[in-house]
Design a protein around this ligand. Structure first.
Ligand code: CMC
Length: 428
C-alpha cells in the first residue's frame, strides 16, 4: 500500500497521498486539500513547497550533492564539455559522438543574429547594465521569430528555438559588453568552439589579431558547466512559471534572466567582488564585515554566503575555489581580493553565527575571482552565470511543456480591508 499522510482539522480527518522520488525524497500531494477541507497551504518564498516533479537535476543540500541527470557535478566538470552537458540536460542522455557533432554544428550555424539587433543595441544608454540588455535582446527574438508565439509548435520547431537560444546568447552577451564600452561588435567566428568564439567576440579589437588563451577557454567551459542547472531556484521557477502561460520560449528565458539578476540570486557574483573590493579599500579587516553581517540592525549580508537549500558546502563552491587557485597560478595573476576572500571564508566558517545557521560559501563566492582573472568585467559576471544557466532553463521549460503542466497560479491569504463603500472625493 502506498504511503499517506493525515491532517486533522476541526474534528475532521483528511488523508493525502505521499509520493516518493527516485532519491527517496517524499512529498504530501495536497492538490485536493482545498476541495475537501477549504484550506490552502501558506509558504512564503516556497521554502517547503515542491512545484513540480522533475527528472533533470538532483540536489541534496544536507549532503552537498549535485547531479545532472544522475551524473555527479565534479565528474562532469572534470571530464565533459559545456555543450555536452547542455545536450545531457536538454535531451536527457549523454550524446553519442555523431549526436554531439550534429548538435555542435547546428549551434555554430545559428550564431549570427539579425542586423536589426544593432539598432536595438544602439537605443540603450551606454551605462545600461548588460543583464537588462541581454534579457531585452533575448525577448526580442520573439519578434524576429514570431512563429515562437504559437503554443502548438511541433517538436522540430521547438528544437530550432532551442538551438537559436544556445547559439545566439553568446553573441548577445558579447555585444551587450561591446556596446557598453563603445566598441564595434564582433561577428561570431564559426571556426571556433563555443567558449573560444565567445571570448573572441568579447575581446577581439578591429585592428588586431586575436587568439583566445586555451587556459581561459577551458576555465570558462568548466564554469559554465558548474552553472548549467540547479533545479527549482528563483530564475528556473520563473522560466517554468512564464512558460506555463504558453508565452514564447524567448519570453520565458528572458524572464529567467531578469530573475537571476538580483543580488540574492545570480547577481551575488557581482556583489561579492564589490564587497571584497570595499573590504580591501577599508583596510582589509574581514572581522569588521563579519560583525556587520551578524548585526540584525545592519542590512549588510555576507555576499556569496548562505543558500536556501545547501546546509553544507555548496559542491560547486568547492570546485570553483580550487579552480580559482589553479587558474590564477596558470595565468600568473595575483589578486589581493582572493586573499581577503579566503580570510573571510575562514573567519565565517569558524564563527558561531555562521555555524549555527549552516551558512557556507556558495557558487558565487569564488566565481567572480576567476571571471576577473579571465578578463571579464564585473558587471558581466551575472551575464556569465546566465550563459551557463541557459541549458538548464531550456531543459526545465521543455520538461514543463512535455509534462503538460498547468498554468502556475499560487493562492494567497487575503489580509486587506474587507468590503467598504466608495465615498466621492469632495465628501471625504
Ligand atoms: N550573511 C549573513 N546572514 C545570513 C546570510 C548572509 N549571507 N544568509 C543568511 N543569513 C542569516 C539570516 O539573517 C537568517 O538569520 P536569522 O535566522 O537569525 O534570522 C538565517 O541566516 C537564514 O537566512 P534566510 O534569509 O532565512 O535564508 P534564505 O534561504 O531565505 O536565503 C539566501 C538564502 C541565499 C538568499 C541568503 O543566504 C543570502 O542572502 N545570501 C547572500 C546572497 C547570496 O550569496 N546569494 C547567492 C545564492 S547562490 C547562487 C544562486 O543559486 O542563486
Amino acid at each position: 500500500m502506498s504511503d499517506s499522510a493525515k491532517l486533522s482539522y476541526k474534528g475532521q480527518e483528511y488523508e493525502f497521498p505521499v509520493i516518493t522520488g527516485t532519491e527517496n525524497e517524499s512529498a504530501i500531494e495536497i492538490g485536493k486539500l482545498r476541495d475537501v477541507s477549504g484550506l490552502i497551504t501558506l509558504d512564503p518564498g516556497y521554502k517547503n513547497t515542491g512545484a513540480t516533479k522533475s527528472a533533470i537535476t538532483f540536489l541534496d543540500g544536507e549532503e552537498g550533492i549535485l547531479r545532472y541527470r544522475g551524473y555527479k557535478i565534479d565528474e562532469l566538470s572534470k571530464k565533459s564539455t559545456f555543450l555536452e552537458v547542455a545536450y545531457l540536460l536538454i535531451y536527457g542522455e549523454l550524446p553519442t559522438q555523431a549526436e554531439y557533432d550534429a548538435f555542435s554544428k547546428e549551434i555554430t550555424q545559428h550564431t549570427l543574429v539579425h542586423e536589426d539587433i544593432k539598432k536595438i543595441l544602439a537605443g540603450f544608454p551606454s551605462n545600461a547594465h548588460p543583464m537588462g540588455v541581454l534579457s531585452s535582446l533575448i525577448c526580442s527574438l520573439s519578434a524576429f521569430y514570431p512563429d515562437s508565439l504559437n503554443p502548438n509548435q511541433t517538436d522540430e520547431e521547438i528544437n530550432l528555438s532551442i538551438i537559436r537560444l544556445l547559439a545566439k546568447m553568446p553573441t548577445f552577451a558579447a555585444w551587450a559588453f561591446k556596446n557598453k564600452i563603445g566598441h564595434p561588435v564582433n561577428y561570431p567566428d564559426n571556426n571556433l568552439d563555443y567558449c573560444a568564439n565567445f571570448l573572441k567576440m568579447m575581446f577581439a579589437l578591429p585592428a588586431e589579431q586575436y587568439e583566445s588563451d586555451p587556459v581561459v577557454a577551458t576555465a570558462l567551459d568548466k564554469l559554465l558547466i558548474l552553472h548549467a542547472d540547479h533545479e527549482q531556484n528563483c530564475s528556473t521557477s520563473t522560466v517554468r512559471m512564464v512558460g506555463s502561460s504558453q508565452a514564447s520560449i524567448y519570453a520565458a528565458i528572458s524572464a529567467g534572466i531578469n530573475a537571476l539578476w538580483g543580488p540574492l540570486h545570480g547577481g551575488a557574483n557581482q556583489s561579492v567582488i564589490e564587497m571584497l573590493e570595499a573590504i580591501k579599500a577599508d583596510g582589509g579587516d574581514a572581522k569588521k564585515y563579519l560583525d556587520k553581517a551578524k548585526d540584525k540592525n545592519d542590512p549588510f549580508r555576507l555576499m556569496g554566503f548562505g543558500h536556501r537549500v545547501y546546509k553544507n558546502f555548496d559542491p560547486r563552491a568547492k570546485i570553483i575555489k580550487q579552480a580559482a587557485d589553479e587558474v590564477l597560478s596558470r595565468l600568473g595573476v595575483t589578486d589581493p581580493v582572493l586573499e581577503i576572500a579566503k580570510e573571510l571564508e575562514y573567519a565565517a566558517l569558524n564563527d558561531q553565527y555562521f555555524i549555527d545557521r549552516k551558512l557556507y560559501p556558495n557558487v558565487d563566492f569564488y566565481s567572480g575571482i576567476i571571471y576577473r582573472a579571465l578578463g571579464i568585467p564585473t558587471d558581466m559576471f551575472t551575464v556569465m552565470f546566465a550563459l551557463g544557466r541557459l541549458p538548464g532553463w531550456i531543459a526545465q521549460w521543455k520538461e514543463m511543456r512535455e509534462n503538460k503542466e498547468p498554468i502556475g497560479r499560487p493562492r494567497q491569504v487575503y489580509v486587506g480591508a474587507t468590503e467598504r463603500e466608495y465615498v466621492f472625493i469632495n465628501k471625504r
